[in-house]
Design a protein around this ligand. Structure first.
Ligand code: MLT
Ligand code: MN
Ligand code: ZN
Length: 301
């Protein structure tokens, strides 16, 4: 399986349009910026599956030759898997409206409901190419397939990670609004655990990550009060459903014992000090054997 981190930043990207924090100022002055959270995977190098559809999808597709069209109209994108219904992971679906056929979109059933009702993206898209919404069962592997039902050579197991519904759907009844994924190449056995959002390193995360060739994990915030310390009026990392990387109970203490062969942080918020290469926090991450993800980072699994 080939995997590419298309975008390593959390919602807002780096720089975020209305942010003057030190990381955003540095990115404006000297680059490089980071696009918003998404990963692409492929078993055969020809047909690709998008893991989350970023608001920066257009730029991300342009940046990678493997994702360029083959003819006057066409795309190597065969399916999308959404781990949640957040804006930063779904807005890119709207950018696929020029497609000439329906795009299969795998998501947990409760996320399909969000994208049908509270954030009616599927309804809007139906006037264009449309989406073929396919529900991801909880805990059972399914073979991902293209629009014609042809298997793509990758199986996907989704497990719910505890979290509130997105802000735009605070009133939604309790459900599974965020999942982590375990993807396996059916031929090579290569495995990728993709958990861009996790409120804790708990039994679900352990199950998803155990022995994986690559774990891409929630690196949103370094500390619980990071946004408030940056002068932003916001809830804490944990209240948002992101376990901080550093500090007591942070993911850094727990990730190395999960048994993944390689662990890379993704969905990194622009305020996170690990983005600054010379920071003490970055050094702490690297000393733990964990990597900070970058746009364009590619893996063969
Ligand atoms: C998150 O990951 O917490 C969300 O994407 C936040 C947001 O964009 O509102
Ligand atoms: Mn997000
Ligand atoms: Zn910023």
């Amino acid at each position: 399986m080939r995997a590419i981190i298309l975008g390593s930043a959390a919602g807002g990207g780096l720089p975020q349009w209305n942010c003057g924090c030190p990381n955003c100022r540095a990115a404006r002055a000297q680059g490089p910026g980071r696009t918003q959270s998404s990963v692409a995977v492929s078993a055969d190098g020809e047909r690709w599956i998008l893991l989350n559809a970023s608001p920066d999808l257009r730029q991300q597709l342009a940046a990678h030759r493997a994702l360029w069209p083959r003819g006057v109209r066409g795309t190597p994108l065969a399916a999308v898997v959404c781990t949640d219904g957040e804006i930063d992971h779904t807005l890119g679906l709207m950018l696929l409206r020029e497609h000439t056929m329906k795009i299969p979109v795998y998501a947990p059933a409760d996320v399909i409901s969000l994208l049908t009702d509270q954030w009616p993206l599927f309804r809007a898209l139906s006037a264009y190419a449309g989406a073929d919404a396919r529900s991801l069962p909880d805990g059972a592997p399914i073979a991902l397939a293209d629009v014609a039902g042809q298997p793509l050579g990758i199986s996907c197991t989704a497990l719910g990670v505890a979290r509130r519904p997105p802000r735009y759907a605070r009133g939604a009844p309790a459900g599974t609004f965020d999942v982590g994924l375990r993807l396996a190449d059916e031929r090579t056995g290569g495995t990728l655990s993709y958990i861009p959002t996790a409120a804790a390193v708990d039994a679900v995360v352990e199950r998803l990550a155990a022995g994986a060739d690559l774990l891409l994990f929630d690196g949103t915030f370094w500390s619980d009060g990071e946004l408030r310390s940056a002068g932003v009026d916001a809830v804490t990392a944990r209240e948002m459903g992101h376990v901080p990387v550093g500090g007591a109970g942070g993911s850094l203490g727990a990730l190395p014992r999960l048994g993944a062969k390689r662990t890379v942080l993704v969905h990194i918020n622009n305020t996170n000090p690990i983005l600054c290469r010379g920071s003490a926090e970055r050094a702490q991450v690297e000393a733990a054997g964990i990597e900070v993800g970058d746009d364009g980072m590619a893996f063969e699994l």
